[in-house]
Design a protein around this ligand. Sequence first.
Ligand SMILES: [Zn+2]
Length: 294
Amino acid sequence: MLAPMKPSDLHFGPRDFEVPTGREPVRVTWLGTAGFAIEHAGTVVLIDPYLTRASIPRLLASPLRSDAAAVARHAPRAHAIVAGHTHFDHALDVPTIARRTGARVFGSRSCATLCRAEGVPEAQVTDVESSMRGEPARASVGPFELRFVPSVHSAFMLGRVPFPGDISDCEQVPLRAEKYRCGAVFGVELRVAGRCIYHLGSADLVDARAPGDVDLLLMCVAGWTTTARFTDRVMGAFRPRAILLSHWDDFFSPMGDGAKILPAMRLPRLVEGLTRVDPSVRLGALPLLGAVEL
Ligand SMILES: [Zn+2]
């Protein structure tokens, strides 16, 4: 029986990563769920930013509207926004942030459909699914080199991916939660300032597509227990030096409430599984809006 564990038991400290002297840090801020802001030398890339955090009654009662105030407050700047897939807890706020900041958007065909319906100018939107020709799509954003790596969503709902299929019809926006179909799923590789950061936005992967020797793996926890051999495969595929756990928090409660753990995350088992493969891997979590610099 493993001892109980809270994400706060695992918080990264300020000295967990080193920033080489003489260069600006790469700052990684956790926005809750699978959302991150990654900043270097004045350029900000957002991945799966979800600041609205609608309550369950609101999800059930009406179509979902992005919370403009929460977005403006917690994601004030962006040069690029990436949606790894288009479930609402990854994609709802993407069009609002794109319109507000003028940031470029990278995502699946579903993401592009959603953005167009929500009035994001066409020139800002890149459909990385359609632009792939057998190889992962690539893009440069300021000092960042991005690669969009085909991935899969964990099948955690009785062996199924929740809300499968594409968003193909946005005639009536805003959409209800269940209309945010998953769409194609991507992992995001970011190379910047000599670092390799990889965002795994759902707890499954295409092993052969993963880049090895990742400096920091931004790893989704939700659904990991239903993915076969998840811990062994993640460690084998990414060979990460450090792992930042995400998407373990209750995203039905507002930003102001802080991050509370969702039930059934099985953190002790997860940590044990990851460190059994490589005891030297640094493993941690962050408070909501907490950051590490590397
Ligand atoms: Zn999802």
